[in-house]
Design a protein around this ligand. Structure first.
Ligand code: SF4
Length: 375
């Protein structure tokens, strides 16, 4: 990493020290599920003066994705993103407007054909020739198709761009859809969320810059490093779920004590995302929907967020707890050795014990669900 490149980026990051910067790169490597040895490569990419051009198109959306990326509590994320990329066009942030902005975009696309990253924000309405979203007098869908043809990579940011989000909710009057479905045959990375977590976008761009390829994706086109685990697996309220302790009304005793929100409609058990691990707004523990006492509504999961009723109970994909959770039941005595007891605790107590207890408590609570607590 060249000294003058590092000095330039350090200044913009509140004079971050070289040591802290390397720590940051190591954390980014870990968050992408990569070996820590790649941290120097990431540092090299971050400090490289060559920045990939980005064309950011906004369609049928609320601009919340741009806002959440660029207005964090702490300025590092905003600076990192804007220093990593050359944001040549973004309607929310453009200084110019009208023909001037359109011309700047055209010139950037021509000059950087097959080299720029296209970011799509918002859904793409396709009904009636796309007349429900016009930009510069042209249907948004035409602009997306044309621009994607010339892009090196396409990122769909937010739930609307990923599969239509709220705009595609029933009855979907504008025929709204997401970039992956619209750009058939073109690989698109989806970073769903309403809004998506800025670090997932940053990590995806970093991966592309460092390795010149997109990260591994799941079947829905989401980076596996961010959407590989169910929210339910890493939720801090999970021990309450395993022990059968639920809030059943907003503001009841269970809710005040931080019990599990499953009975209030939490979709964590069928939603894949890293929200409980990386949190939001860089303000510390608890800064994510479930942490603040609201059930997860499944915004990162197609077919859940904007599709299922808010307070409908989620499908339980599986109820065995994470392997590192303490058991919620334990057998006493019975002539087993200490070592065997430990094994039972780790293997059986956690997996089978908690699963059985959870199933029993859920069944009991459903039977006499008169508004009281399940425990
Ligand atoms: Fe957390 Fe929701 Fe799972 Fe309860 S149901 S443990 S609140 S993710």
């Amino acid at each position: 990493m060249a000294d003058n490149n590092f000095d330039a980026i350090s200044k913009k990051l509140n004079n971050i020290s070289r040591r802290d910067f390397m720590k940051f790169c190591t954390v980014m490597a870990a968050s992408m599920g990569l070996p820590l040895e790649v941290a120097p490569q990431i540092a090299e990419a971050v400090t490289s003066p060559k920045r990939p051009p980005v064309i950011w198109l906004s369609g049928q959306g609320c601009t919340g994705c741009t806002e959440s990326l660029l207005r964090p509590t702490h300025p590092s994320l905003e600076h990192l993103i804007l220093d990593l990329i050359s944001l040549d066009y973004n309607e929310t942030l453009n200084v110019g407007a009208g023909h001037q902005a359109e011309e700047a975009m055209r010139q950037s696309i021509e000059a950087n054909s097959k080299q720029f990253i296209l970011v799509v924000e918002g859904a793409i309405p396709t009904r009636d020739g796309g007349v429900y979203c016009m930009v510069g007098g042209r249907p948004f869908m035409e602009i997306v198709r044309e621009t994607a043809d010339k892009a090196a990579a396409v990122i769909a940011i937010g739930s609307c761009a990923s599969w239509g989000g709220i705009a595609a909710a029933e009855p979907n009057p504008t025929g709204a859809t997401g970039a992956p479905e619209f750009l058939v045959g073109k690989p698109v990375v989806s970073i769903p969320g309403c809004p998506p977590n800025g670090y997932n976008f940053l990590s995806t761009v970093l991966h592309y810059l460092t390795f010149k390829k997109l990260p591994d994706l799941d079947a829905k086109g989401r980076p596996k490093f961010a959407y590989g685990r169910l929210i339910h697996e890493n939720c801090e309220r999970r021990p309450h779920f395993d022990a059968g302790r639920f809030a059943t009304q907003f503001g009841d005793d269970g809710h005040r004590q931080g019990f599990c929100l499953y009975k209030l409609g939490c979709k964590g058990p069928q939603t894949y995302a890293n929200c409980p691990s990386i949190l939001f707004n860089e303000v510390g523990g608890g800064a994510w929907p479930v942490g603040t006492g609201h059930p997860c509504f499944g915004c990162t999961e197609q077919g859940v967020g904007f599709a299922m009723p808010l307070h409908e109970q989620a499908d339980l994909k599986f109820i065995t707890p994470a392997a590192d959770h303490a058991p919620v039941t334990s057998d006493r005595g019975g002539g087993v050795s200490a070592a065997a007891a430990a094994l039972i605790g780790a293997g059986v107590g956690v997996a089978a014990g908690a699963a059985a207890m959870t199933a029993r408590r859920l069944a009991e609570a459903d039977k006499n669900d008169d508004g009281g607590e399940a425990s």
